[in-house]
Design a protein around this ligand. Structure first.
Ligand code: C2O
Ligand code: CU
Ligand code: CU
Length: 471
């Protein structure tokens, strides 16, 4: 009797000690994570200057190259980059322009150049059907015919997208138009209009490990979140209102952003352009490939004060105010005039996303380059209903992306989506057991991919293709 009592006490006491030790360790890691001062200035991807331009045409030169990059000071690792060692330059184009990209693949392997979010016919979309061999140059002609938006470019080679993106192949493409120029928004590149490519990486003992070592079939996820290729940088700002263009450039991690002050920020754009109205938010979640533009109001702060941007509760960027910010700037409210998206209450296609790890499928099928899964007609408005089905292995959120189009999200499980998602989108997060309806019209001909943007899922076959023809 007595012995068993002592034993029980002993076990309970032991457990309490273990829990306490864990709590202390955990607190310590929390403490070091949030209090660590940032050491490096935020690198800003260079703006790509045209190699030539005339009134409505512009030529840019882009190379994919092999290099080395230091996410952490003193730890340079193998990387890929466009025109540099990591990531790519920001390309700014105007609506109505014809853009020529002179691209050279200097890598030792094939790649493709995909324009995520651009509305293009599939011959120039850069999907898995358009590999560019090692040491070859091509010219790609992109007619820009869509409204202002923050888009991006990245490779899309069959079975080798996830690794190439992870190594660093990703860059911003901004479309500007009359509206974006006439709206009174911060628009000085790198000064008050800041591009942020946000990606997670696996850091072990102060070293960023390779993609192969970090690889997870369910999506490669890291323990540290990098901004523009470095860990926890700082950004000095002079003005009281700044605009951040956020790109979740990670292979698999969804991220929820907030400010350490718990202050609100203001979303002005989603994947494919401006929202009709500014949306005030305290948190914003982006799944892989999604973008958002937000404004942060720094008025009332004084010189030296810092606002921290957090992603999944990790401090990822210190925004440091460089002068006393007396004047509040008014935040624009009306940004765009999109027609309200109305559900016609019919369903033209259904997609069921299922599985985890290497057992993923869409409508029960694994991607096959030689199989055209769907046929559609040019300019015909359709409703797609996408469901994330929990199978035997459970389920996880899948970011569903469609090429060559910008769509509107109608409802999630029958409930109208929030204003934050009511603008143009090309990628939509579908949570487990969720049924999402979208309104979609293809205005370009050809063969377009739709897929999960967890890049490892896409490579494991969570992708299909729709052929769009005149009739
Ligand atoms: Cu961001 Cu199919 O791609
Ligand atoms: Cu895409
Ligand atoms: Cu997925």
């Amino acid at each position: 009797m007595l012995n068993s009592k002592i034993l029980r006490w002993g076990i309970s006491f032991g457990l309490i000690v273990v829990v306490l030790v864990f709590m202390v360790l955990d607190f310590k890691s929390l403490f070091t994570k949030t209090m660590e001062p940032s050491l490096q200035a935020l690198p800003i991807p260079p703006l790509l200057s045209p190699s030539s331009s005339s009134l409505n045409e512009v030529v840019f030169t882009l190379n994919a190259q092999e290099s080395r990059h230091a996410y952490l000071e003193g730890d340079d690792v193998a990387s890929y980059g466009y025109n540099g060692s990591y990531l790519g330059p920001t390309i700014v184009v105007q609506k109505g322009q014809l853009v020529h990209i002179q691209f050279t693949n200097e890598l030792k392997e094939a790649t493709t150049l995909h324009w995520h979010g651009l509305i293009l016919d599939s011959t120039v979309d850069g999907g898995p059907h358009s590999p560019i061999k090692s040491n070859t140059s091509i010219q790609i002609d992109l007619p820009i015919d869509q409204e202002a938006a923050t888009l991006w470019y990245h490779p899309h080679l069959m079975s080798n997208t996830a690794r190439q993106v992870y190594l660093g192949l990703a860059g911003f493409l901004y479309v500007e138009d009359e509206n974006s120029e006439q709206l009174n928004l911060p628009n000085t590149y790198g000064v008050d209009d800041i591009p942020l490519v946000i990606q997670d990486r696996v850091v072990v003992n102060g070293h960023v490990i390779s993609y192969e070592e970090a690889y997870q079939s369910d999506g490669t996820i890291g323990n540290e979140i990098m901004v523009n290729g470095v860990l926890h940088p700082f950004l000095d700002v002079d003005s009281s209102l700044i605009r951040l263009r956020l790109l979740n450039g990670s292979n698999a991690l969804s991220m929820t952003y907030r400010l350490d002050s718990q202050a609100s920020f203001y979303q002005i754009a989603s994947d494919g352009g401006f929202l009709n109205q500014t949306v005030e938010l305290k948190t914003l979640t982006l799944s892989p490939a999604e973008r958002a533009e937000i404004l942060i109001d720094l008025s009332g702060l004084s010189k030296g004060q810092t606002v921290k941007l957090l992603a999944n509760d990790q401090s990822i960027l210190d925004i440091i105010v460089q002068k006393d910010q007396m004047n509040a700037q008014s935040i624009l409210t009306t940004l765009n005039d999109l027609e309200p998206a109305i559900d016609p209450l019919r369903t033209d296609r259904t997609f069921s996303l299922e599985g985890m790890m290497s057992m993923v499928s869409i409508n029960g099928k694994v991607f096959d380059m030689d199989v055209i899964n769907e046929q559609g007609i040019l300019h015909q408005e359709e409703v797609w209903e996408i469901t994330n089905v929990s199978g035997m292995m459970g389920a996880m959120t899948h970011p569903f992306h469609v090429h060559g189009v910008q769509f509107r999200v109608l409802t999630r499980n029958g409930i109208a989506v929030s204003e934050s998602e009511a603008g143009y989108k090309d990628t939509v997060a579908i949570a487990p057991n969720e049924r999402v309806r979208i309104l979609i019209t293809f205005n370009q001909l050809g063969l377009f991919m739709y897929h999960c943007h967890i890049l490892e899922h896409e490579e494991n076959g969570m992708m299909g293709q729709i052929s769009i023809s005149e009739e």
